[in-house]
Design a protein around this ligand. Structure first.
Ligand SMILES: [Zn+2]
Length: 160
């Protein structure tokens, strides 16, 4: 078994998720790319950075449609989410060269989902030794600038 990533700020995020107004995915889809941290937009689904990443380059793929039930994704949405994850990994490979990936759906709050009513696929790049990501990153407050730069680099590296 792979070692769990240690990302304690995620707990704070999950605690706060209920208090934030609206849905972060719907807000990001409606915002411009920089504000929404959107890396790429497809026809039915889009790719955005996670503001509370498990590791550098942690992206999420979500349908534009606000759907909370995994089984309610249409064929077009399910296929495009899969393909966008694949292309996101290609962009991540070019920019960051990770050694592996965790892809996953957190369905339900108990499974770690911060947002439970808009399903999304996590794509988490992994490196040997990255379970020490938090100590290496140090201060969570550095993340916003880091995210803007990461978004720009991944958008530029997106395979055409
Ligand atoms: Zn939504």
């Amino acid at each position: 078994m792979a070692e769990q990533l240690w990302a304690p700020w995620r707990l704070e995020y999950i605690k706060r998720a209920d208090e934030e107004a609206g849905c972060i995915f719907c807000r990001a889809a409606a915002a411009d790319d920089e504000d929404g941290l959107v890396v790429h937009r497809g026809a039915h689904a889009f790719v955005l950075l996670n503001k509370f990443p498990y590791s550098s380059g942690h992206v999420m793929v979500a349908s534009y449609r606000h759907v909370g039930d995994f089984a309610e994704l249409t064929n077009d949405e399910a296929l495009e989410i899969h393909r966008l994850a694949e292309r996101g990994m290609a962009a991540l490979a070019e920019v960051y060269g990770p050694q592996g990936y965790n892809l996953g759906w957190n369905l339900g709050r108990i499974a770690g989902a911060g947002i439970v009513d808009h399903v999304h696929l996590h794509v988490v790049p992994r490196w040997a030794g990255d379970t020490n990501f938090m100590p290496v990153l140090g201060d969570v407050k550095v993340i916003p600038e880091h995210l803007a730069e990461t978004r720009r680099r991944l958008a530029e590296a997106w395979p055409s």
